[in-house]
Design a protein around this ligand. Sequence first.
Ligand SMILES: Cc1cc2nc3c(=O)[nH]c(=O)nc-3n(C[C@H](O)[C@H](O)[C@H](O)COP(=O)(O)O)c2cc1C
Length: 157
Amino acid sequence: MNDTRAFRECFGRFATGVTVVTCVDAQQRPCGITANSFSSVSLAPPLVLWSIGKESNSLQAYLNAQYFAINVLASHQHALSAHFAQSDHTLFDSVEYTMSGNGVPLLPNSLATFECRTHQTYDCGDHHIIVGEVLNLASDAGDPLLFYRGEYRELRE
Ligand SMILES: Cc1cc2nc3c(=O)[nH]c(=O)nc-3n(C[C@H](O)[C@H](O)[C@H](O)COP(=O)(O)O)c2cc1C
């Protein structure tokens, strides 16, 4: 299979939620990246994964981070998704956040938050897969932000 366009077209048919994955870098600066590669892996122990492109400026921060958080975005947070899809070290200057006890930036008003300890990372093609053990959970009422065929969508009854 060597048809990148067809590959993207097919993946686009797989509707996902949208998350912002957060951590701090070696200088304790907050990092955030929009990611829809998030998935559950295991219930016991509770493990989740996401994957980060090797071209990300934050790659080393995430590979070295002891802790990270998955912030699942609610339907009203598409501006946050677009914000954290930008490559910029100052993204947190204009965003409200709190710091967890483990020193991970958390985005308030997220639909759900999974705070994780990095369990394992895997070098895989043009991405690294990052597996985290979930340490703390939070969830809220509301609808999710969805991503389908390259566009943001909302749930419809
Ligand atoms: C809806 C959506 C989902 C994305 N999912 C991922 C992902 O799972 N992994 C990834 O590495 N990049 C993903 N991206 C792209 C990154 O958000 C973007 O390349 C990154 O923020 C660029 O900044 P950086 O170089 O500082 O990492 C996604 C972008 C969007 C809009």
